[in-house]
Design a protein around this ligand. Structure first.
Ligand code: CP
Length: 307
């Protein structure tokens, strides 16, 4: 049984919880590759996808995972809701729960919003990304994708490149990879590396070539312009020259390297199109694996007994 009632962050999971999720995802990956991709596992459950911030992959992936598990699904987008008329988060959620909803998958721009909700409503909460804090299912699917590609995560050297300061993907990945026994390095402009990073036992490198020479896996992150209130580097062109991954750089390394990206990609900024579709890239595998991992999370959280 998983050790948490809600999935609020990787921080709260044990190594055993993560292993259980990844192991359970193997079963669901088999299911979604069968001609009949659906199982009746969550037939009696109603799940709401509550998105207060834009999403393509995470929202569709959760919705597909819920439908593959036969749950009833309702979707809520803040932009078309009564939030614009002044309704609070708690009132919105309590009104939805009054319709007998069992589980809430939530994305919110404020760090801690899913934690706040989990203490005030009687439903299981899954964090689908809270501000620059955590994105636990992204980290789980990233770890799962590394495990499928390289056999295991333990002992692997994983590089995270880009806007570490504003990235919930980076923080959740650091927690998850370290719990699974990987070494983690971050690379980017010094202004986009948070000051607390070394307390997380993470290596820091500002030279992309040196960082790429060190790692087995490079996870290329997008610059989160929507979370930047000031300029952190002179121009996107300069950022791309120093921290973008292109074919010339990749080929000059002359090594096996697994390239990942959580999406959405800004082609030509952090990664060129040819690298994104190259044999090194597992970007679309991450998306496929995401459905299986989210099925595993939904299944394990739904079936956890009350304390
Ligand atoms: N990776 C990720 O969270 O993508 P979306 O913002 O499209 O959900």
């Amino acid at each position: 049984m998983i050790g948490v009632k809600h999935l609020l962050g990787i921080k709260y999971l044990s190594r055993e919880d993560i292993d259980l999720i990844l192991h359970t995802a193997d079963t669901f990956l088999d299911v979604i590759n069968r001609p009949i991709k659906k199982v009746p596992t969550l037939r009696d459950l109603t799940i709401v996808n509550l998105f207060f911030e834009n999403s393509t992959r995470t929202r569709l992936s959760f919705e597909l995972a819920e439908k593959r598990l036969s749950a009833d699904v309702i979707n809520f987008a803040a932009s078309s809701s009564s939030i614009s008329k002044g309704e609070t988060l708690i009132d919105t959620v309590n009104n939805i729960l009054a319709m007998k909803v069992d589980m809430v998958v939530m994305r919110h721009p404020k760090p801690g919003a899913p934690h706040f909700l989990s203490e005030r409503v009687n439903a299981r909460i899954i964090n689908a990304g809270d501000g620059a804090h955590e994105h636990p299912t992204q980290a789980l699917l990233d770890a799962y994708s590394i495990r499928r590609k390289l056999g295991e995560v333990s002992g692997k050297k994983v590089l995270i490149v880009g806007d570490i300061l504003h990235s919930r993907v980076a923080l959740s990945n650091i927690f998850c990879l370290q719990k699974l026994g990987a070494e983690v390095m971050v690379c980017g402009p010094p202004t986009l590396i948070p000051k607390y990073i070394e307390q997380l036992n993470v290596k820091v490198e500002t030279d992309l070539r040196k960082a790429l020479n060190w790692c087995d896996v490079a996870n290329m992150l997008r610059i989160q312009l929507e979370r930047q209130d000031i300029k952190y580097f002179p121009s996107l062109r300069e950022y791309t020259m120093l921290y973008g991954l292109n074919r010339n750089l990749l080929e000059s390394l002359n090594k096996e390297l697994v390239i990942m990206h959580p999406g959405p990609i800004n082609r030509g900024v952090e990664i060129t199109s040819d690298v994104a579709v190259s044999n090194h890239s597992i970007i679309l595998d991450q998306v496929e694996n995401g459905v299986a991992v989210r099925m595993a999370v939904l299944y394990l959280i739904a079936n956890r007994q009350e304390d």
